[in-house]
Design a protein around this ligand. Structure first.
Ligand code: SF4
Length: 703
């Protein structure tokens, strides 16, 4: 590294911690937390602390483009020119023969904003299809729709600094102690200093987050809306509501009131598996709060009724008037470091850049004019799971996968495997050979990783940070920006004459001008010299905007927030039955990230939980004849997993848990959790139902 010290941002979760990188004594780099960074104030979690291993160890990296001329040939080394000419020729020929919707791009919340922007411009503007979606579809698309339905815009209204101003927290469908550790550490420190701070956790598992809670509601999976409505009922009945806010700044309250008052605590208690007393206690804590923050993540979003779960939760902030005030508001947590940046540039099949809508003809025209193209197709693109369905059925012929490992991370892995086998042409653009998906690549493109390229990211609280390049990428690996520009030029597209990543950033920033997320005055210099900013930043001297809706004007036509009435209250997933009596819920563990392509190669991160284990309640284990450490076979309609059993009363009876990270790292793929998961998605957000698959469990007996 040429500079003796570089300030950057962690590339793992959406917390967005500041990191200082320096040279180590062995020609590599080392990392430490940035004490002056507003997010983490010097702290790093186990993953962030070990990020330098990923940079220093290049043994697994893809070093040059590899290509195979047909499915029966092995891949061979080719030049960048040959690789991208072939990609351009194949994409052009498929589009000519089968139309633009026969190709698609599947990308990642780990892409930097400039990369995300370019991909969308390339696909939606020039390839003339909206088939570009992201693995962020798997983690937060239900929250996006929930915000839009409630506030009129996909907006996270608050900032981490609100944590220290709040006195009551509802953590629901999230385990930030493991998945957003530094955010959780701030919450812990706040409670240490202010012991009267109340924390309620709703989770079928007694997680490390629940261990800090004053009240843990160990809910039956899928019953969240029933519980939120029962809490809403108590809030209204006890008068813990903000009548002024409701009257002046919301719509639909009477519908909401009638709905929740018609519910019964006893019925809610029975369906949710928590006591009436605890429901009322939770409501009373929320009702008495001076500052109330709800925090949630995939436990809510990854559901067949994920959008309704989101809006039902947001209703609790509306009914108590806890929005737009210091220390209050709803706060969805993004899993990936730049899931938020992806939302900003329209990195999903149904979105356009700067929060413009694909289904709005005026918005399509504005974007088309900005990019200098005739039009943007009005046909919504295929979402993550739909793309792989289309590959399997043959409707889609080619896919370009960037920085993600769908074979392990999408639901029903067998279906994904068939889809990749069936595809005519698969491009995988990634940093390492570790992603199982790369085995299916007809063209494998080596990309630069964290610290090897520059760009920007936005964390969960809308904070934009600049990530500088510190070291050269190994071999012939190129930045994703450069790969995309070179491909666009091979396709003879105008509008990709960028010489630097900064030029891409500038173009995107101009697009934000006069929008709600205006960053047209936030240039690289400010980000480099002054640090991070929360959007909007609508002026040269503007310090950024930590908190939105302080004027109580929302982005709906009436400027009022909307109480949404769910279309589904009870879970629409397939319910347990005699063949599949258990509910499988999947999730993340503390020291692993996604499909372990990076964290899995860091030996000290493997010591925490070295192999996947099925968490099962002692009563269920006893009934099934399973002892601790036994190998068990978990079976669903879709497939099988064989793992060790971990008997623990931290999970409720009838529910089992598997971490989602493992793929094919062991001798076979029987440790791949998504062999099991069901293919349901939320009807609006299209986010998969990862938290609810019915399974059977039996002890493995060697044949
Ligand atoms: Fe990185 Fe997230 Fe850990 Fe912070 S909390 S160090 S952003 S993984």
């Amino acid at each position: 590294m040429q500079n003796s010290e570089i300030k950057t941002t962690c590339s793992y979760c959406g917390v967005g911690c500041g990191i200082i990188v320096t040279n180590d004594s062995k020609n590599g780099v080392e990392v430490k937390g940035d004490v002056n960074h507003p997010v983490n104030r010097g702290m790093l979690c186990s993953k962030g602390m070990n990020l330098h291993y990923v940079v220093n160890d290049t043994s697994d990296r893809i070093l040059y483009p590899e290509m195979r001329w047909s499915k029966s040939h092995p891949k061979e080394r080719v030049s960048w020119d040959d690789a991208l000419e072939r990609a351009a020729a194949v994409f052009s020929s498929i589009i000519k023969k089968h139309g633009p919707d026969s190709v698609g791009f599947y990308v990642s919340g780990q892409c930097l904003t400039e990369e995300y922007y370019l991909i969308n411009k390339l696909v939606k503007g020039f390839l003339k299809t909206n088939n570009v979606d992201t693995n962020s579809r798997l983690c937060m698309s239900s929250a996006v729709v929930g915000y839009k339905k409630t506030f009129g815009e996909d907006i996270v209204p608050i900032a981490y600094d609100d944590i220290e101003l709040a006195d009551t927290f509802l953590i629901t469908g999230a385990n930030p102690a493991w998945c957003h550790p530094i955010l959780f550490r701030r919450l812990e420190q706040h409670k240490e200093k202010n012991p009267k701070t109340k924390i309620i956790v709703i989770d079928p598992r007694r997680t490390d987050s629940a261990a800090l809670a004053d009240l843990h509601l160990q809910i039956i999976p899928g019953t969240d809306i029933i519980l939120y409505h029962a809490i809403g009922k108590r809030l209204i009945e006890k008068g813990y509501i903000d009548n002024d806010f409701i009257k002046n700044h919301t719509e639909n309250f009477n519908l909401y009131k009638d709905l929740v008052l018609s519910s019964s605590f006893e019925k809610a208690s029975k369906l949710c598996g928590v006591s009436v007393n605890d429901i009322k206690l939770a409501a009373d804590m929320i009702g008495k709060a001076k500052g109330f923050i709800s925090l949630w993540a995939m436990g809510l979003n990854q559901s067949a009724i994920g959008v309704d779960k989101n809006t039902a939760l947001l209703n609790l902030s509306l009914v108590t008037g806890q929005v737009g005030k210091p220390g209050s508001g709803p706060f969805s947590l993004t899993g990936q470091p730049n899931a938020m940046g992806g939302r900003e540039v329209g990195g999903m099949a149904n979105l356009l850049a700067v929060h413009k809508e694909l289904n709005n003809p005026m918005h399509r025209k504005e974007v088309a004019d900005f990019w200098g193209v005739n039009e943007i197709s009005e046909k919504p693109g295929l979402t993550a799971t739909e793309m792989f369905d289309a590959l399997e059925s043959g409707k889609m012929k080619a896919i370009w996968i960037i920085c993600t490992n769908p074979l392990v991370s999408l639901p029903d892995s067998r279906r994904v495997e068939k889809a990749l086998q069936n595809a005519k042409f698969v491009v995988v653009q990634d940093i390492s050979h570790n992603a199982d998906t790369s085995k299916f690549a007809d063209l494998l493109l080596p990309a630069a990783g964290w610290l090897e390229k520059e760009g920007t990211m936005t964390n969960s609280e809308r904070r934009i940070s600049y990530l500088p390049k510190g070291v050269n990428a190994p071999g012939e690996a190129l930045s994703d920006v450069e790969i995309l520009i070179r491909f666009a030029q091979k396709m003879n597209f105008n509008g990709f004459n960028f010489n630097t990543t900064e030029e891409v950033y500038k173009e995107y920033c101009m697009m934000t001008k006069d929008t709600k997320m205006d960053i047209s005055f936030l240039n690289y210099n400010r980000l480099k010299n002054e640090g991070t900013f929360q959007w909007p930043v609508p002026d040269y001297g503007h310090p950024g905007t930590p908190r939105l809706f302080t004027d109580k004007k929302f982005y709906t036509p009436s400027q009022k927030a909307i109480f949404n009435i769910p279309t589904a209250i009870e879970n629409t997933s397939e319910q347990p039955n005699s063949q599949y009596p258990f509910i499988l819920t999947t999730g993340r563990i503390r020291d692993q990230w996604h499909t372990m392509t990076k964290t899995g190669k860091v030996s000290r991160l493997m010591t925490h939980i070295p192999s996947p284990m099925l968490e099962i309640n002692p009563i269920d284990a006893f009934k099934s004849g399973i002892n601790a450490g036994d190998i068990v076979v978990v079976t669903s309609k879709n497939g099988t997993v064989r793992v060790k059993a971990k008997i623990t009363d931290s999970i409720r009876e009838g529910v089992v848990f598997l971490p989602m990270h493992w793929g094919k790292q062991l001798e076979n793929d029987l440790n791949r959790t998504n062999n099991l998961t069901n293919t349901l998605v939320d009807p609006t957000s299209k986010e998969p139902d990862f938290k609810f698959t019915t399974v059977s469990i039996e002890k493995y007996v060697k044949a």
